[in-house]
Design a protein around this ligand. Structure first.
Ligand code: BTN
Length: 296
């Protein structure tokens, strides 16, 4: 990618193994029919975004499938939901556990009409939208861990993977959002670090209500991103909703590099400011942030 500032909208390599939608592992549901709705959802008009949802029982990864469709000319707003993913992908080349029915596995194609140096805020926008969806669709309040993990009671409930792709119609972004609905079939290593809508709300999760709220929220925040003062508003809203934005002692790992420091806000491009123990200010644009408990 020429403008490599975008660290969290990561380049997507279409070298992932291709599969065809008619293959047995990749079954499009016959009901509801492919196209669920266009344009308006409930009473919220989605300026600019015309979501069209394709539903699948099983896919390797909704992001991979949507990137493939985008490379074949899919329009902005095309969204994919799968009941399970057999090769779900997370940030930093990790796998995303995606057992059948245990999560909302969702991807949406965006073709942002904003300068590319503003694209990192797409991940902030997605975190805000997913936070709204969890609040509106399930009554679950969340915290945001930089850049876009949603936490409930300090445990991860939602992850976001935004990938930049080259398509015949220009560079685009596939935003993938994974929300843990239940902990059924969670691998043991996730038990202490992850939570689910079911656990956080004490109720049976309503996937369709969360999905509808998510689409409305993506529409709202995406519209805002395109407004003249949208970036500032998105950074302000993100900072408001993140206990990691300021005054938090954290460790950041990026490959072999590890830094510790206290967070002191985010830059206009979404980079996290870190005051290190030796008085330096580091701008973090990639990596894994984790909270460090102070010893006193
Ligand atoms: C993270 O590591 O926190 C990001 C996880 C993103 C998971 C979602 S689930 C839907 C979409 N398809 C994928 O393969 N990944 C994203």
């Amino acid at each position: 990618m020429g403008n490599q500032l975008i660290t969290e909208v990561v380049p997507h390599s279409l070298s992932h193994k291709r599969h065809k939608t008619h293959e047995t592992k990749c079954v499009a549901k016959s009901f509801p029919p492919f196209v669920l709705f266009y344009g308006t959802i409930g009473d919220v008009h989605m300026t600019g975004l015309k979501p069209k949802i394709l539903r699948f029982e099983s896919l390797p990864s909704t992001n991979t499938e949507l990137a493939r469709m985008a490379s074949e000319g899919a329009d902005e707003g095309l969204s994919i939901v799968a009941d399970e993913q057999t090769a779900g992908r997370g940030r930093l080349q990790r796998a995303w556990s995606s057992p059948k029915g245990a999560g909302l596995y969702f991807s949406i194609l965006l073709r942002p009409a904003i300068p590319q140096e503003h694209w990192p805020l797409i991940t902030f926008m997605a975190a805000l939208a997913a936070g709204d969806a969890l609040q509106e669709g399930a009554g679950v309040h969340t915290d945001i861990k930089w850049p876009n993990d949603l936490l409930s009671n300090e445990r991860k409930i939602c992850g976001i993977l935004a990938e930049a792709i080259e398509t015949p119609a220009g560079r685009a972004v596939v935003v993938g959002i994974g929300i843990n609905l239940t902990q059924n079939a969670f691998p043991p290593e996730l038990e202490t670090v992850a939570t689910s809508v079911s656990e956080a709300s004490g109720r049976s999760p309503e996937r369709e209500a969360i999905l509808a709220a998510l689409l409305r929220a993506v529409g709202r925040w995406y519209s805002l991103l395109h407004e003249p003062d949208g970036r500032e508003k998105i950074v302000a809203a993100w900072s408001n909703r993140s206990s990691y934005a300021t005054g938090r002692l954290v460790q950041v790992s990026n490959g072999d590099e590890v830094w510790q420091g206290t967070t002191s806000g985010v830059e206009r491009d979404g980079a996290l400011r870190l005051n290190t123990a030796n008085g330096e200010i580091r701008l973090v644009r990639a990596g894994d942030v984790c909270s460090v408990r102070s010893s006193n």
